[in-house]
Design a protein around this ligand. Structure first.
Ligand SMILES: [Mg+2]
Length: 111
């Protein structure tokens, strides 16, 4: 399936890649590769020199998220739905509702 939506395209490509190799992601293995890719992204980000490498590692993390979700039986559209839900929540946050505190954007406490 071809789509111009990069996220759907990445998910489809990842699942097709697994299928081509008769690879069925299972939780232990998918968790291991996810953790490995997260570690590589953190290292690249902290090194900070090669922006392309950081972006490459970020893409690797997203691919392994797809694998972990597949291992857990979460289908593509459910992931997409939740991503759009996060986008809507982010877009709804304003300085009236949230504040930067201790290195994190947090909900304002009611006065
Ligand atoms: Mg990597």
């Amino acid at each position: 399936m071809t789509t111009t939506d990069p996220l759907r395209q990445l998910i489809d490509s990842t699942l097709a890649f697994y299928e081509r190799f008769d690879y069925v992601p299972e939780l232990e293995g998918a968790t291991r590769v996810f953790q490995e890719e997260v570690r590589e992204l953190i290292e690249a980000a902290h090194d900070g020199q090669d922006k392309n490498h950081i972006a490459e590692e970020a893409a690797d993390v997203i691919v392994t998220v797809v694998g972990l979700c597949a291992a857990a039986g979460v289908e593509r559209e459910r992931i997409i739905e939740q991503i759009y839900a996060v986008i809507a929540k982010n877009d709804a946050k304003t300085h009236a509702t949230h504040v930067v505190l201790d290195g994190k954007i947090r909900r304002r406490q009611p006065r």
